[in-house]
Design a binder for this molecule. Structure first.
Ligand code: UD1
Ligand code: CA
Length: 477
């Protein structure tokens, strides 16, 4: 294995092609699988293999796309290939930007399933063999459109024949070019400038192989250990196929790491997701983006979590959460919607048909039944009754609501923000609360007014029901 490839190697990702088979207005490298764009996936493969410096060859359209700048970092340079004049021309466009690196790892951006381990094997083989070029190949059923790898009688690679230029004999070859290459930088720049355009007017990187052999240089090849690594993405059927392979890999990794999936085939987990041990993922569940789930949690069935953090021992059933946080042992759903900024504290219960947005729900609070809670803080142990609405929007501006610890919000309360309800205070069923409520006070009516002498005697987190029906409490008193 090469020691610290980061120092001597520069990765060059070829991403400037027209991508016309995608039939898309989005540049192909920005199409996604398992939560990453093809370009992010290519970058990930190279970085995991130990290559730190990366040059991306982009089309003018890709270079102008804000999603590209969002995905770049300090170790990455973008160069523009102004016209898609072929893969060889694309690599040449990077020649001024590789900072004098001695070795290049050239990667087609549309090969998302190559594993970092296979790239490391390529780097090691290249160095050990003292090769000028080392290519990655696949052996078996040749996917449509891939170049064939022709070897001489001694088994050495002598050329790559593109499918469009292949005769019957070449078409019968069962080894194909995967589009990942190690190259000595000096040799690459030397060879590429001498290449002639193809019949289509493109300069093919693949022609550098025959040119190197003609120059008496050593070309070696690494055969991918599994054909599933060398699936390319040229159209959307291939994108779906690659997505399926990557998802299966991700699921397998998590199951081997101690996560139970009751129906892996309907469990969708993005690349960046983290999951703790002994968590169970039930069918029809999607864990997307930067979601992380703790240990001993139960997620699903029928749940979508996007960029959401879930604590240990939490349960989320048939619900949808985006950019939300769900605390340890909290229970959510069925049929709840947690929108961005929903922070559900530990031991909270969010029941059915509740929507929470930009709100912090304190430990042990309950929102058991259909409710809207937005721009709100809810204190520990508070009980939000069925049908409660924080009326946070006056048509122009969103206003805040504060609900104190152990407050008891009666069923059907309309809380007209800005509003503050003190700790231990209560609202009667059907109240329209327009003014702040002092700690421990009961208000009721439309608009709600304090009920004299009716302080809650036992502000508590416990209750006969979490439905927020104040009358049942009063009867008990
Ligand atoms: C290429 C190879 C083929 C190989 C296959 C495997 C060539 C000539 N052929 O074919 O042997 O089997 O990849 O992946 O290289 N690109 C540019 N600028 C261009 C043209 C392409 O940056 O002018 C980029 C594309 O964005 C893409 C990559 O290079 O990421 C490969 O281009 P593509 O057109 O997909 O090549 P293939 O026809 O798949
Ligand atoms: Ca391709």
């Amino acid at each position: 294995m090469t020691s610290n490839p980061g120092n001597r190697w520069v990765g060059v990702i070829l991403a400037a092609g027209a991508g016309s088979r995608m039939r898309s207005s989005l540049p192909k490298p920005l199409h996604g699988l398992c939560g990453r764009t093809l370009l992010e996936q290519a970058t990930w493969i190279l970085r995991e293999a130990g290559i730190e410096r990366i040059v991306v060859v982009a089309s003018p359209m890709l270079a102008a796309d804000p999603r590209l700048s969002a995905a770049t970092d300090d170790g990455m340079t973008i160069v523009v290939q102004s016209e898609p004049l072929g893969t060889g021309h694309a690599l040449l466009s990077a020649s001024g930007s590789t900072g004098g690196a001695s070795h290049l790892l050239v990667a087609n951006a549309d090969m998302p399933l190559i594993t970092p381990g296979t790239v490391q094997t390529m780097l090691a083989t290249h160095v050990d063999a003292g090769a000028a070029i080392t290519l990655l190949t696949g052996k078996g059923d040749v996917p449509e459109g891939f170049g064939r790898v022709r070897r001489g009688p001694d088994g050495q690679v002598i050329e790559i024949v593109e499918q469009v230029d292949a005769d019957e004999a070449a078409l019968a070859i069962d080894e194909f070019n995967a589009g990942y290459y190690c190259m000595d930088a000096d040799v690459a720049w030397d060879l590429l400038v001498g290449l002639k355009p193809s019949a289509k007017g493109e300069i093919y990187i693949t022609d550098a192989i025959a040119a190197a052999v003609a120059d008496g240089r050593r070309v070696t090849a690494v055969i991918a250990p599994d054909l599933s690594e060398v699936i390319g993405v040229n159209d959307r059927t291939e994108l779906a196929a690659a997505d399926a392979v990557l998802r299966a890999r991700i699921r397998r990794r998590w199951m081997l790491d101690g996560v139970t999936m009751t129906d892996p085939d309907t469990t969708y987990i993005d690349s960046e997701v983290m999951i703790g041990r002994d968590t169970t993922i039930k069918p029809n569940t999607h864990l997307l983006g930067s979601t992380s789930v703790g240990a001993d949690a139960m997620i699903g069935p029928g749940t979508v979590l996007e960029d959401t953090v879930v604590g240990d021992g939490a349960r989320v059933v048939s619900s949808h959460a985006e950019s939300a946080t769900i605390g340890d042992r909290a229970t959510v759903g069925p049929f709840s919607h947690l929108r961005p900024g929903a922070v559900i504290g530990p031991d909270v219960h969010v029941g059915n048909y509740a929507e929470v947005k930009d709100s912090v729900i304190g430990p042990g609070a309950k929102i058991g039944h259909f409710s809207y809670v937005g721009d709100t803080t809810v204190g520990a142990g508070a009980n939000i009754g069925a049908g409660t609405v924080t009326c946070n929007y006056d048509g122009d501006v969103k206003h805040q609501t504060h609900i104190g610890e152990n407050a008891f919000i009666g069923s059907g309360s309309m809380l007209v923000a800005p509003l503050s309800i003190g700790p231990g205070a209560s609202t009667g069923a059907g109240s329209v609360v327009t003014r702040d409520v002092a700690p421990g006070i009961l208000v009721a009516g439309v608009p709600a007014r304090p009920i004299p002498g009716r302080k809650r005697s036992h502000p508590t987190t416990e209750g006969p029901s979490s439905s927020g029906d104040i009358r049942s409490r009063e009867k008990r008193q």
